[in-house]
Design a protein around this ligand. Structure first.
Ligand SMILES: [Zn+2]
Ligand SMILES: [Zn+2]
Length: 203
């Protein structure tokens, strides 16, 4: 398997090549292969859930053709180099992660490279899947229809008035709400947070 062209694609987004991008490409390809997709993928049919952002996900994008922009890639940021690849037609999902001993395996593949980083760079391009990856069939806890949702739908929040797309609204007490108005969001008004700062300094 020659993944050079995929690594080049990944590097275009990234300015450099690094072991995590290579892992991203390999993990994406291994997941697709397990689901019966060959490259280039039927990418609209796939959904990738990456467990971290950064270098790894650029490799996953290059390997699978899936992306956030196409709504075929999600990041669940657990800080882990791993991804689940889902066939959205059948619902079949496989999680692919590096084997726990992958770094030792890599050094064994390139014994004359003492620098671990460069040994990994070389080895991750040539090692067979079974020596570097664990592939596990998984079941998603949320229905795939709910994750993907239906694009193009729009409603307005009854509290803040802002538009909500893709069925992300929350129905509560007969109201249609955005996530922030229903559950509180990831931010608060900066005005509020200033009021919550300790006042000691001004006393
Ligand atoms: Zn990198
Ligand atoms: Zn709202």
């Amino acid at each position: 398997m020659d993944i050079t062209h995929l690594l080049e694609k990944s590097m275009q987004n990234h300015d450099h090549l690094c072991p995590r991008q290579i892992l991203g490409v390999r993990i994406g390809l291994a997941g697709m292969k397990t689901l019966g997709f060959s490259e280039p993928s039927a990418k609209k049919q796939l959904l990738v859930i990456s467990e971290t952002d950064g270098c790894f996900v650029d490799g996953v994008i290059a390997g699978t053709g899936c992306s956030v922009g196409h709504r075929t890639l999600r990041v669940e940021d657990y800080g882990k180099v791993a991804a689940t690849i889902v066939d959205t037609k059948t619902g079949r999902a496989v999680r692919v992660a590096p084997r726990l001993d992958i770094r030792q395996q890599a050094c064994a593949y390139v014994p004359d490279e003492p620098r671990h980083y460069f040994a990994q760079m070389q080895a991750y391009q040539i090692m067979p899947d079974e020596d570097m990856l664990m592939v596990q069939e998984v079941a998603l806890k949320t229905h795939i229809e709910q994750i993907v949702s239906r694009p193009g739908l729009r409603v307005n929040c009854d509290v803040c008035g802002e538009e909500i797309m893709n069925e992300r609204e929350v129905r509560q007490h007969g109201l249609t709400l955005c996530y922030t108005c229903a559950h509180g969001g990831y931010y608060q008004s900066a005005q509020d947070s200033i009021l919550h700062l300790p006042q000691v300094a001004t006393l």
